[in-house]
Write a protein that binds this ligand. Sequence first.
Ligand code: SAM
Length: 323
Amino acid sequence: MDRILNLRKYHRPVLLREVLEVLDLSPHLIVVDATFGFGGHAFEIARKVDPGVLIGFEKDPDTYRIVSESLPPITNVRLLNMGYERMDEGLLKVGIFNVDRVLFDLGISSFSLEGSGRGFSFRRDEILDLRFNPNEGIPAYEFLNRASEREIAEILRKYGEERKSNLIARAIVENRPIKTTGDLARIVDKFYSPKLRNKAKARVWQALRIHVNDELNNLKRGLALALKYLKLGGILAVVTFHSLEDRAVKSLKFFPFLKPITKKPILPNEDEVSKNPRSRSAKLRAYMKVEEVDALRLINDSRFADPFPKARVPRRRIKHRRR
Ligand SMILES: C[S@@+](CC[C@H](N)C(=O)[O-])C[C@H]1O[C@@H](n2cnc3c(N)ncnc32)[C@H](O)[C@@H]1O
C-alpha cells in the first residue's frame, strides 16, 4: 500500500472522486484504464472492483517500469506497456474480450513534464523529443529539422491553433538545426511580449506533441476499440485537457450507440484547482454504451471523434447504418 501511495509523488490524479462516481463501480467488474500513468485512478478502481480486474495500458516505458516495480506480488491489476491504440492486442494478451468500464485520462503526467527528460516542459532545457514512447516514431527536433516550412506551419496551426504559425515556422527553418527545448523556446519568444510567451509556447508544444505521438488518430482508434470491447450498459469516461481532445470526445454524443451520462462536462472544483493547478483545464465526459458498435467502420468514419470544426458532426444525431 505504501509503495502505491508513494507513486503519487510522480503524478496526482485529476478529478478522482468525480471519475469514481461516474464509473459507478462495484465488485467483480472488469475495467480498462487506457492511460494508467502512476495508477492514481487505477488503484482506487482496482480496490473497488476486487475480485474484478483492472487492465492498465501505459505507453511510456519509464512510467511502466517505475509502476511495475511498485506493484504488489498479489494484485488484481494487469499492467501492459502498450498504447491504448493497441487495445485489441493487449486484451487478447490477457484473454479478456468484454469489459464493463473504460477510462481515458488524456493529460500528461507530472513525471513526463518534470522527470522524463524528453522536453515536455518548455521551462526545462532538455532535448526536444516529446514522444511518450521513445522507441516509436521520430523525436520532435528531428521533425522540425526535416519538415518543410509549410508542414511545420500546418502542424502549429492545426494542432496548436497558433495564430503566428507561418512566422514561427519560417523562423524555425531559418534557425535549423533545432535540438533542445531552449532552441525552440527562444524562437517562439521572439514573436510575443513577455506576458504572452508562456501561452504561445504551450500551444507550440501541444502541437508538436500531438504530431509526434499521432495523438488524435490514436485517440480515435483507442476510443473505437474501447467501444467495441465495452459490454452493453458499460461506461466510457474520458478526462481531456485541451479543446481538440474535448471536441473529439464531445462529438460522441451524436452517435446513437452511446447515451451521454454527463449532460455537461464535469470540471474540477476550486479546491482541487488550488491544490493542483494542472487540473484547471480538465473536463470529464462519460457515456453509456447502449448498442453494439462496429469498431472498424467507426475508425474509418471521418465524423467519429473529429475535433476539427469544419468537418464537425452535424447537430442532428447520426443514423447508424447497419450492414
Ligand atoms: C495524465 S497521465 C495518467 C495519469 C493517471 N490517471 C494517474 O492518475 O496516475 C496520462 C498517461 O498516459 C500515457 N499515455 C500517453 N499516450 C498514451 C497511449 N497512446 N496509450 C497509453 N498510454 C498513453 C502517458 O505516458 C501518461 O502516463
